[in-house]
Design a protein around this ligand. Structure first.
Ligand code: DX5
Ligand code: ZN
Length: 218
């Protein structure tokens, strides 16, 4: 179904309270939970790995959407699948064998996503469309929350929507999504909107109502 789903990124959550944060955002209306894995090599920041994903899994009722900003990817796919990821997304820029990576993700029993950095054209995923469940368009340079939305990516979303045609593939937007930018990408054909700072601002596990208001505002 093509209704818009909001996937809060726990990159903007309290890292000492991931379990409670995941329960709070789902209670406040999150559709998916987006989990940003960074390695300090593919991107200039480090977050956490499969052990943390496994620890938060029991606190998520719905879809755990794991975004791998790591290189290499292939040696870790099995670990993230075992940790309970429903969707595992890898970057087309993370290595020379993204086709093999998509096969490996599905082979491990997860849904396969492919992410594109802002400078990477839509055509980079043309020969992957029959083997992926999600294409993630980065609308910031990956690595940090709270960055400014890169408007040139809206045209890429439009191109991908046309390329995808009837295939049951989600187009996910990641970076700088807020109430002003969300309508632009939704109109261009996106159906999953990741949002970190725009969801978590003003709230906390002890005062989660702002999360709900923020989600509804997007
Ligand atoms: C960026 C991450 C995003 C990030 C989005 O590298 O992949 O998921 O948390 O954060 P906001 O919504 O604050 O731009
Ligand atoms: Zn992400």
């Amino acid at each position: 179904d093509r209704s818009i789903k909001i996937a809060p990124s726990i990159l903007s959550a309290d890292f000492a309270n991931f379990g409670a944060e995941c329960r709070a955002i789902e209670a406040q209306g999150a559709d998916w939970v987006h989990v940003d894995v960074m390695d300090g090599h593919f991107v200039p920041n480090i977050t956490f790995g499969p052990a943390t994903c496994a620890a938060i899994r029991p606190h998520i009722k719905g879809v755990m959407d794991v975004h791998l900003m790591i290189a290499p990817v292939d040696p870790y796919i099995e670990a993230f699948a075992k940790a309970g990821a429903d969707i595992i997304t890898a970057h087309v820029e993370a290595g020379p064998h993204i086709h093999r990576t998509m096969q490996a993700i599905r082979g491990a029993g997860a849904k396969a996503g492919v992410a594109l950095n802002p400078a990477t054209p839509a055509a980079a995923v043309e020969y992957l469309l029959d083997m992926v469940d999600l294409v993630c368009v980065m609308t910031v340079n990956p690595g940090f929350g709270g960055q400014k939305f890169i408007h040139s990516q809206v045209e890429k979303v439009r191109q991908l929507r046309a390329m995808i045609g009837d295939r049951p593939i989600h187009i996910e937007i990641d970076g700088g999504v807020d109430p002003l930018t969300a309508p632009l990408v939704a109109a261009a054909g996106a159906d999953v909107l990741v949002a970190g700072s725009a969801v978590f601002r003003g709230g906390s596990v002890s005062d989660p109502a702002p999360y709900g208001a923020n989600i509804r505002a997007i």
